[in-house]
Write a protein that binds this ligand. Sequence first.
Ligand code: HEC
Ligand code: HEC
Ligand code: HEC
Ligand code: HEC
Ligand code: HEC
Length: 388
Amino acid sequence: MRKYIFLFGFIALGFNLFISGCKGPTGPAGPAGETTVINLDGFKEGIKCGECHNADSDTIYYVTAKKYQWELSKHAWGGDFERSSSTCANCHTTEGFVQAMQGKTVTSHVDASPPGCFACHSPHSTGDFSLRSVAAVTLLSPIQGVADAQFDYGKGNLCAQCHKPRSMSPKADPSKTAMTDTITITSSRWYAHYGVQSQMLMGTGGFKFADYSYTGNSNHTDNTTIKKEGCIVCHMTDATAGSGIAGGHTMNLEYESGSSLTNGCKTSGCHPSSFTVDYIGASSSLTGGLGSHTAVEAYLDTLKNLLLDVNVVNKWNVGAQQAWIVEGTEGFTINAGSGSKALKIRPASRAGALFNFFFVEHDLSKGSHNTRYAIELLKSSIAELKKL
Ligand code: HEC
Ligand code: HEC
Ligand code: HEC
Ligand code: HEC
Ligand code: HEC
């Protein structure tokens, strides 16, 4: 019962502030003596609540619309916000992300919320929807001998604060090509986590075999519009009115009908109006003309079958005969664990094929982010496993 009285009190207080205008820089405090409202950011002096909390005149920011879009994004429904311990909360929860951006120690949050409005914006403390951070982001290198990279793609830097790799141990090492060089993998997650899109777009973070000649990146990596807007130019483009739900704060490039939202691709100076998403241009000689999605999916499939084939990978296994990947309830993971379940590969460089499989797979764009880079990583990995 107390709880309801408190809630009612809080709503009444909010309404009161709405009527009278907020003056205090710290915003609404709890009823005296009962509780303390912990405000991560505080309220800006003099902000007008009604500019955002009034669906009736919602044409300044369209907050109601953005909320609905966000609710349809995986940010809202993905469910991984319970990864709320201090090592995960900085990317998986709003509370941890705000701490990280404020330079505070990230703590565990049992009562956590997924990446929401207050992660990417701070509307109460700024009075608008400016972005919480657009600073360049350091991308940790998972590859021995390759330096960490600086990701600097304008507003897209905000995305890369979370869509970036985590540290990985041991690092993958392209220089370890001798049969006496063994790598011991003791984790089923020997990869740089899931958010590798920033690395893929930049053309870094993939494993380059020493004897393969790589020819660089697709246009996207250095495209002037993408350098300025980053991920946003494609993922947050407006959907065509009446065509379905995608883009904006859903950040989805696929309408629910399955067709693609390509309005961002057709930004002036980029692709023509006839553009379709399974496109390949300058890299078509790498695939014999197959579309980028078709090619990447085909190469991923070929590589997957090689990694699953004991007759192939056993040439490089030390000790136990075992496939390098295994299918679980949530897709493929590495067939490794601690102690006797360790996966030992020699020469160690050959494990680069395993690394690249997950790198391209976890990018999830099927080559759209950086077609040339993705395809060459896959082709070189396949060639590596076909060596005698
Ligand atoms: C610049 C826009 C903006 C302004 C101005 C603003 N808010 Fe908000 N506020 C938001 C957004 C966005 C949310 C999160 C989405 C939502 O719940 O509507 C939010 C959430 C809230 C919530 C939590 C609602 C819930 O259900 O969890 C309260 C309470 C609140 N605001 C009170 C206020 C008060 C009081 C003021 C004026 C002093 C104010 N806001 C001014 C944008 C704003
Ligand atoms: C606060 C961290 C954070 C920020 C900032 C962030 N994301 Fe995310 N994003 C996530 C997490 C975590 C998930 C997975 C959510 C889950 O599974 O619960 C995700 C999921 C996604 C997905 C769905 C992926 C899928 O598997 O379908 C897209 C698309 C996406 N983000 C795009 C973006 C873009 C574009 C930006 C920048 C405008 C951005 N994100 C900013 C953390 C973040
Ligand atoms: C540097 C930011 C970051 C940190 C730290 C982080 N994650 Fe994530 N994680 C992400 C992003 C971004 C995604 C979503 C990627 C996508 O779907 O494109 C994700 C996805 C996941 C997924 C979903 C994979 C899937 O296929 O649905 C799991 C599970 C996960 N993370 C677990 C964890 C755990 C456990 C921790 C802490 C030990 C952690 N993460 C720490 C950024 C991070
Ligand atoms: C994952 C990050 C992310 C989340 C979560 C997020 N936004 Fe945004 N939002 C952005 C980015 C990036 C832009 C800038 C888009 C652009 O420039 O085209 C933006 C733009 C906006 C704008 C337009 C600002 C302007 O000045 O025109 C509004 C309004 C807005 N967001 C409201 C919200 C609300 C409300 C929520 C929660 C329901 C929310 N956002 C959640 C990243 C996010
Ligand atoms: C040039 C346009 C473009 C840019 C820039 C871009 N993306 Fe993408 N992204 C795509 C396309 C196209 C897909 C594939 C969508 C599909 O499968 O239909 C995609 C897929 C994704 C997915 C998987 C979504 C899903 O539903 O499976 C995530 C997550 C993602 N991108 C995040 C990012 C992040 C983070 C950035 C910035 C570092 C970024 N993207 C930059 C075009 C872009």
